[in-house]
Design a binder for this molecule. Structure first.
Ligand SMILES: [Zn+2]
Ligand SMILES: [Zn+2]
Length: 138
């Protein structure tokens, strides 16, 4: 791999390493959040010296530097990671193949409006997860 993200890592105050470049590439490639195991399986094909604990540590480091965000799926309790795009996103999760399909927009603004009108609660954020079966699995 000749393309590195050195300037990007420097701007986040961490050193550019082969593993970090690789994990960043793989996060950029994936359209939906991925688990550490998914990243590891792909990384091992490109860089046979990587191991799962390095991938975990790299992902946790990325989260602590706000490069990536971690979320835990309520259904499987599995942690998944995605690049921190600073955008608000929700996913539909397939219970069978575990595929995560992003919703094109957030349907929650009406709920937030209704809730804040009927309570004193100051709403900062919300979480929404839609579970079911994707077109291939249903
Ligand atoms: Zn499915
Ligand atoms: Zn939302």
């Amino acid at each position: 791999m000749d393309k590195t993200h050195q300037a990007f890592f420097t701007s986040h105050g961490i050193k550019s390493t082969i593993q970090r470049n690789l994990v960043l590439d793989l996060l950029q490639e994936s359209e939906s959040p991925v688990s550490a195991e998914d990243i590891y399986l792909k990384a091992a094909l490109l860089q046979p010296t990587v191991n799962l604990s390095t991938i975990y540590r790299t992902l946790e480091l990325f989260c602590s530097k706000n490069i990536a965000v971690k979320s835990t799926l309520s259904e499987s309790k599995k942690a998944v990671y995605e690049l921190n795009t600073h955008t608000h996103k929700h996913y539909m999760v397939c219970l069978k193949c575990k595929r995560m399909v992003p919703l094109t927009n957030c349907p929650c603004s009406l709920i937030e409006k209704a809730v804040s009108e009927n309570s004193d609660f100051e709403i900062l954020d919300h979480k929404l997860e839609i579970v079911g079966y994707c077109p291939e699995c249903k």
